[in-house]
Write a protein that binds this ligand. Structure first.
Ligand code: ATP
Length: 232
């Protein structure tokens, strides 16, 4: 299995501020990762850095064997990087269907495939983004990422603030996508045990540096270690 995404000694942040320090990772194709850490540890910054949304300072990011360290955001998206953003970033004045259409890129993930994964969105296809519940907005954010036909899927706290029943719908979707094996997935999640249960491997960040890199199951089995890494 080849490496899909490789970070070597990456330093990145915002303007003059450096947040990520010496981050090195190798994500094989089709691997599914939990990205954990306390508030402010740098999880969103790491996703943003992979996507080209931060100030890149040093190191190297290789995606599908191409050095993308200094490539603009839109070109990385075109190369198959997709994000489900924490802020959802849907268009409130567009319908569900139009929200999806504007993100579509050729590939097997078309409108019908998204509706099959989230039947709720099919029922709401004519509704404006502003008229959706929080859970429906999250499904739409997910659908917008998928319809771009990414090969790398970055999920930034997709379960945040959702009622348990809705969070389960999203979790089921993540498990379905995992079982397809066609995506490399990185899941940022505040609830460490949930994230570890649905992933194979885990990265923990502490103040912008990697403090754990290994199997999700190993971390799940070691409560003391997990607590020391992610509890406040
Ligand atoms: N746009 C920004 N400009 C400047 N600093 C930022 C920006 N976004 C985040 N930061 C800072 O970067 C650090 C890491 O934040 P980040 O959002 O990556 O952490 P996180 O692990 O995702 O936290 P959370 O779980 O709270 O979302 C924090 O100190 C934060 O204040």
């Amino acid at each position: 299995m080849g490496e899909h995404l490789v970070l070597e000694g990456v330093y990145a942040g915002y303007g003059d501020t450096t947040i990520l320090e010496d981050v090195s990772l190798a994500l094989p194709k089709g691997s599914v990762w939990a990205l954990l850490g306390r508030n402010g540890a740098g999880k969103s910054t790491l996703l943003s850095t992979i996507l080209g949304r931060t100030t890149f300072k040093a190191g190297r990011i290789a995606y599908e064997d191409t050095d993308v360290s200094r490539l603009p955001i839109h070109l990385r998206a075109r190369m198959g990087m997709g994000l489900v953003p924490q802020e959802r970033e849907i268009f409130h004045s567009l319908s569900v269907e139009d929200n999806l259409q504007v993100c579509a890129r050729p590939g097997e993930w078309n409108i019908e495939a998204v509706y099959e994964l989230f039947p709720r969105l099919a029922q709401r296809r004519e509704n404006l983004g502003s008229r959706l519940s929080g859970g429906e907005q999250q499904m739409l954010a997910f659908g917008r990422a998928l319809i771009g036909n990414p090969r790398l899927l970055l999920l930034d706290e997709p379960l945040e603030g959702l009622a348990p029943a809705v969070a389960d719908v999203l979790l089921d979707a993540i498990l379905k996508l995992k079982s397809l094996g066609q995506f490399t997935i990185v899941l940022v999640e505040q609830h460490a045990t949930v994230a570890l249960e649905v992933t194979e491997r885990a990265i923990v960040l502490n103040r912008g540096r990697i403090s754990y890199l290994g199997q999700s199951a190993d971390l799940l089995d070691d409560e003391e270690l997990l607590t020391s890494l992610v509890s406040c």
